[in-house]
Design a binder for this molecule. Structure first.
Ligand SMILES: [Zn+2]
Length: 249
């Protein structure tokens, strides 16, 4: 299973779990507390930590999780995978484009895609979980949006998003934040006559009214309703990203 652990105001820490094996891997644990609660509640041991980029709300829980597991045999096997191009405290396995990792006991095999833009070394994990395609994309691709350009250029981010848009359309997309509603408000302003975007906004409004999660998305849905994937070129993307930065919906 893949489950969301809510953290901070709007972060999701994704947990890949197997009840039979009693194991879990987590993606971008910004905070150790909610992860430890989750593991305890589901009686799971932590087997791996995956990190997409260096920001504190994605890495802040690494030390706490390592400390909590120091007294158990799991610590020897607790791998911390992350981008080789960034400094991640506690990282054991620095990764580059094309590197493969297999999460033992979780029926999950992933491959690294370098997606610079939000940060210089940002990576995404794409692969298969129980045979179904999955993508963990951190703060690069959001549902109906994309990450801010903190370290990379618009051209880099554009190329990174294009890489992700080229994945199989049934790929489940696990983003690191619940930003979908605000993203769709902007998307509707940018594309006022786009019927699919308008429909998606209504669906997401209703989910959020019930305080329900709007993720995972799919590559197919993002290709049709993500305004940043609808841009025809890097310049259009750069302009749209700038408009989003100053948008007050
Ligand atoms: Zn970030």
């Amino acid at each position: 299973m893949i489950q969301a652990i809510a953290a901070f105001a709007d972060n999701y820490i994704w947990a890949i779990t197997d009840d039979q094996q009693g194991l879990a891997a987590v993606v971008d644990p910004g905070d150790a507390g909610p992860v430890l609660d989750f593991l305890q509640r589901h009686r799971l041991k932590l087997a791996a930590i995956l990190i997409t980029h260096h920001h504190g709300d994605h890495t802040g829980g690494i030390a706490g999780l390592k400390a909590a597991y120091q007294s158990t045999p799991m610590i020897k096997d607790l791998r911390v995978y992350g981008p080789a191009a960034e400094s991640i405290p506690g990282m054991t396995d620095p990764l580059h484009e094309g590197d493969a990792l297999v999460l033992d006991g979780l029926d999950c095999a992933l491959q690294v895609i370098e997606v610079p833009g939000h940060t210089r070394g940002h990576i995404a994990f794409y692969g298969h979980h129980h045979g179904a395609p999955v993508l963990f994309c951190g703060d690069t691709l959001f549902a109906a949006g994309c990450g801010r350009l903190f370290e990379g250029s618009a051209a880099q981010m554009w190329a990174s998003l294009q890489k992700l848009a080229g994945l199989p359309e049934q790929t489940a997309v696990y983003c690191a934040h619940e930003y979908t509603l605000a993203n769709l408000r902007f998307a509707c302003a940018a594309y006022p006559h786009h019927r699919e975007i308008a429909n998606r906004l209504e669906e997401v409004k209703s989910l959020r009214d019930q305080q329900r999660i709007t993720l995972p998305s799919t590559i197919a849905l993002e290709r049709t309703t993500n305004p940043f994937l609808l841009c025809a070129n890097a310049q259009t993307f750069a302009d749209l990203r700038q408009q989003k930065d100053s948008f007050r919906g």
